[in-house]
Each structure stands twice: as C-alpha cells, then as structure tokens.
Write a protein that binds this ligand. Structure first.
Ligand SMILES: [Zn+2]
Length: 406
C-alpha cells in the first residue's frame, strides 16, 4: 500500500504522541494552584482534597503541611489520628519530583494511593515512600508526565455516594427520602426497603460514613447492602420477614472538605448520639423516632467505620440483647466461613462506656444488638467485598432463625 501525504502526517503524529506524555483522563487543572516549581504544579481544588500549606523547596521538591480541621473535639480531646491528605499533581514534563508530607496533630497513617483518572487507584510503591519520622514522610512522585491525584485512600465523594444511593433507590421496593440536611445544605439520604409496605415487619438498620476518611467502611457497606437486595432465595426470604433502613452517608460536608474526623460544626458525629446537637445526627435521631413510638420495631443495628484492622465492637455477653447473644452467634457463623488469611477479624465486646456513640445509644434505647463494623485501612479491597457479603448472609440467616424459628 502506498502511503499518502496525509497518512505520513498521521503516522508522524502517532509516533510523536507515543513518545510524549500520554493523554490525561483528569479534567484540566483549575486556575487555583497551591504552589509550583519546574517539576510540577500542585492544586487542592477537587472534592476531598486536603493540604494546608505548601513550600517550594527546590525545582524538584515540595514540602506540604497536613493539618486536621480542628485539633480537638468539643470536649478538648485530641483529634483522632486519621491524618487524611489529598492533592493533585500536574507535572511539567517527566522530571523527578519529591514531596514531603509533614503532619500537624497527627502521624502518617494512610498509604498513598495514586490515580490518573480519579476512578482506578494504585498503591504507591513502597520503594517510593520514605518515612523520615512519625510526622514526616517523603514521597517520590516522579511520573510519566500525566496529571495525577494523590490521596490517603481512594476518593469516594459525596457525589459517588449519591449516585450509588440513586442506583439502589431505582430498584423495586426501595424508596429514598431526605431526612434532613447537613450544615452546608447537603441532603442526608435514607433508603427504605419494604417488599410489602402494608405488612408489619421488623426493621434492620445500618448507617455509614460518620467519619470522613473511613473509606474502607464505606466500601463494605455497599456489598453488604447489595447482598441483601440480590435476587437469591436467602435474600428474598429475608425481605419477606424484614424491612431495611439504610443511611449510607452521614457526613457529606466533612467528606467533601477532606476532614479527618468532624462535620462542619467541628463535632465528631459519633459522639453526638443522644445530645443530637448537629443537624446530621439530629436528622438520624428524628428518623429513628418511629422505633421509640412503637410504630415500628427495630431488631438490629450496624454502623460502618474503618480503623487499623478488621474488627467489630459489640455488646458484651453479659449485656442482654433481643435477640439474645446475637453478636456472639453471628460473628461465630461468619468466622466459620471466612478464611483468616483473607479476612482476619476479631470481635471486641465493649461494655457501654456511657459515651454518646451510635452503638451505645441504639443499645440503650432499643435493647438490640448494636454493632460498630470496622474495616482495616489497608484491607485488600476484594476481601472487603467478599467478607461483607458473608457478614450479610449470616446476618440474614440468624435473624430469620430468631424471627421464624428456622
Ligand atoms: Zn469511625
């Protein structure tokens, strides 16, 4: 075949493109640049981004300061060490780049994740991370020249939560309501699942994302929920006997602002169950009034979080619950099925400390088994998926056994 003049140009352009910077999947960088040098520009304008200061040290180095939204809670307790960070790098070519993170009021906790499109994430290679001391870590962010995001965990925005909630709400038997709004005016969504609304059925309830950086807990809530909405004999039988209430995202403002812990009111929402001084927690407290009035019956409560490893905070066996010994039997059944190599977890019975956290509030109010489902920060994401569906299946089986005798 004879190449035409145009083909030559196309070929030349293709070859040129192969040797230059690959095309970026990220939108163009906004005008607001935090700092820049010969190697790169850094910005923090996307949702969940967090960097509090940037110093250009040389043509190839930056020092970034990372601080929490506030250094104490309203009672003066030091902020939880959930040192969230997030920024965007637009390299000016493919020159070497070193970025030092210096934490104030916290220590390095989250392994950096990198994304060229905001959807797929890779863990920065260990060899590119140098821990200087507890408060300082240096990252080698030399790249192929494409813009990229660096984030403490995968970015899971308020919008992504909303999209998932809408997807679930589009199914038969699911209704979505807004039970209130956050300080910034974002709705707090609740999903209600009833296959026969005219029939009285007890409710199983779960909530999530009170604490902004706790992405792995949010990643567990999704397969947990979807397992119960799947068209399987177990799930169908379960929904013949139970209704669901799900509040997947309690702290949209904190997530969007890249907070370490609090809502926009400077409060740890999981220390506000009972006082209900914040609009987000108050909305949930009001939504649960139906269980106080006796209008509806609640039988089980879960709250999804993240911490250093996989664990579940439960009542102790000495604290009576209805159904009895539910936590013990549920977690035993899950443990029998899950491979310790894939998803090791522990049950951590904790007597009611009197603190206004969801677990204590729901137990005291309703006498039910009320459990904090904590997923490790670094737990492999496929293990989170797999285990969440096992937790969901065993919860369904055991609740059915108590409710129907089989
Ligand atoms: Zn938490």
């Amino acid at each position: 075949m004879k190449l035409t003049h145009i083909s030559f140009i196309t070929l030349a352009l293709t070859l040129a493109a192969c040797t230059s910077i690959p095309k970026s999947a990220l939108p163009p960088m906004g005008a607001k640049i935090l700092c820049e040098n010969d190697a790169a520009k850094i910005s923090v304008t996307h949702a969940t981004a967090r960097v509090n200061g940037c110093e250009t040290v040389s043509s190839a180095r930056f020092n970034l300061t990372i601080e929490p939204e506030k250094d104490t809670d309203p009672l003066g307790e030091p902020i939880n060490n959930s040192a969230w960070y997030g920024f965007r790098v637009d390299p000016q070519g493919s020159t070497p780049l070193t970025v030092r993170l210096t934490y104030e009021h916290g220590k390095h906790r989250y392994h950096p994740k990198i994304s060229n499109d905001g959807k797929t994430w890779t863990w920065l290679d260990e060899a590119q991370i140098e821990k200087i001391d507890e408060n300082d870590v240096e990252l080698d962010l030399t790249s192929d020249g494409r813009p990229f995001l660096v984030s403490a965990q995968e970015i899971f925005t308020k919008e992504a939560h909303d999209n998932w909630t809408d997807k679930i709400a589009a199914r038969a038997n699911v209704t979505k309501t807004s039970i209130g709004t956050s300080i910034d005016g974002h709705p707090i969504h609740m999903l209600e699942v009833q296959t026969e609304p005219e029939k009285e059925k007890p409710y199983v309830v779960w909530v999530g994302r009170q604490h902004p950086p706790e992405v792995t807990g949010a990643l567990a809530l999704i397969p947990f929920t979807e397992t119960i909405l799947e068209d399987t004999p177990l799930a169908n039988r379960f929904l013949d006997h139970f209704n669901l209430l799900i509040i997947p995202m309690m702290n949209p403002d904190g997530v969007t602002a890249g907070h370490w812990r609090f809502n926009k009111g400077g409060t740890d929402l999981n220390r506000d169950w009972g006082p209900f001084l914040q609009p987000e927690t108050r909305a949930v407290g009001n939504a649960f009034k139906r269980f106080e009035s006796g209008e509806d019956r609640i039988v089980f409560f879960l709250d999804f979080h993240s911490t250093w490893r996989n664990l579940l905070y439960t009542q102790t066996d000495e604290e009576p619950t209805t159904p009895p010994m539910f936590a013990r039997d549920w977690l035993k059944a899950v443990d029998d099925r899950l491979d310790d190599e894939i998803y090791p977890f522990t049950r951590e019975p904790r007597k009611n400390s009197g603190k206004p956290i969801s677990k204590n509030y729901m137990y005291e109010k309703f006498g039910i088994s009320s459990i904090t489902y904590e997923v490790g920060d670094a737990t492999p994401r496929d293990a989170i998926d797999l285990s969440a569906s096992v937790f969901a299946e065993e919860m369904m089986s055991l609740l059915l056994k108590h409710e129907t005798g089989q």
